[in-house]
Design a binder for this molecule. Sequence first.
Ligand SMILES: C[S@@+](CC[C@H](N)C(=O)[O-])C[C@H]1O[C@@H](n2cnc3c(N)ncnc32)[C@H](O)[C@@H]1O
Length: 387
Amino acid sequence: MKFFATCSKGTEGALRQELAALKLPAVRGGRGGVHFEGKLEHGAKACLHSRTAMRVLLELAAFPVSGAEDLYEAAHAIDWTPWLTEKTTLAVEATGLAPGVTHTGFAALKVKDGVVDQLREKLGARPDVDSRNPDVPIVLHLDGGQGTLSLDLAGEPLHKRGWRTTTSVAPLKETLAAAVLLLGRIDTGLPFVDPLCGSGTLAIEQALRARCIAPGLDRSFAFQRWTCYRDELQSRWDKLRGQARAAVLPSLPAPIFASDFHPKAIDACRRNAHLAGVAGDLVIEQANVRDLQPRGEAGTLCMNPPYGERLIAEEDGPEARSAARTQERKLVGFYRLLAELLERHDGWSAVLLSGNPLLQQALSRKAEIDHRLWNGPLEIHLLRYRL
Ligand SMILES: C[S@@+](CC[C@H](N)C(=O)[O-])C[C@H]1O[C@@H](n2cnc3c(N)ncnc32)[C@H](O)[C@@H]1O
């Protein structure tokens, strides 16, 4: 079977590293994700263990597309009985465009028609559509004249781990935070400090990683509702989960500190850490970053400072220019404060996510890693400094 695990743009290297470490067969980097091959249990293993994948797709067919009828024909030609019965539900999500296919909703409808017509012919009845929580999520991807039909193993995107119910300003996606920890080469054996923790995403992901808690350990996935699950996969899945549970460390190898000056952020961080099962592992405090002192001889400062809303634009009128200048001055002052914080941490490392070039200017140091990532549509830089 051919799989494609998707991830945020710029984090493909972290995902490839993870899937290779899981010893999945034929791991190969791609655009916006990583390919691998194997049995259904290999796809399930990626859902259980990957911290950076957004989705794990099982490719069922790849075919040329020159019009909408090709979508119907391709869907109708696949044997859907290993995945669906007349009693399970499906949904089709379409992305991209192809010649003669200019509307994704229409493309999804053609695929759905092909699937249900084939099952009606084979089983004498057709399954229903459930667009909110389908048993079998089908994904159609169109790119130029090529179409791919896949099944989404997880259903709900993998970044929705279930623990982040409360957010504060500008939270990072869990999968992006996990990628930052991997790409920033953060050592789980040394103290970790996030002094701008917001809802705690970086610190919680670091705790889960350091205690080897698999992100999918307590989740249920769409593939568990597929026809072939009970026959082929259930016993393997139970075994994989049992092994993952046995690998969990009872405590952290090194302390993790999370602080923020905003009381609401601290509340959110505490609640999320509790739901993630790591509340006992984190030291969570309300504090201003200006007062932070080193917590030991060595460790990692890891943070996602505010980016500021925007820089001054040429088309701005005098009032907008003056407001943007005031905001920029404040931000530069704050970035200088962070530069002083780094000065105080001789012997440590710092991993920062920067969405504003003014931050790098204020730090005036050479980064040992400068990696481009995307936080949604926003281009940001992961910077690692040796202090
Ligand atoms: C971009 S947010 C961090 C979001 C976080 N990574 C998350 O995933 O939720 C920046 C945080 O810095 C905090 N902050 C700003 N100035 C601060 C200061 N002087 N001391 C401590 N925290 C501060 C804000 O309250 C905010 O929560």
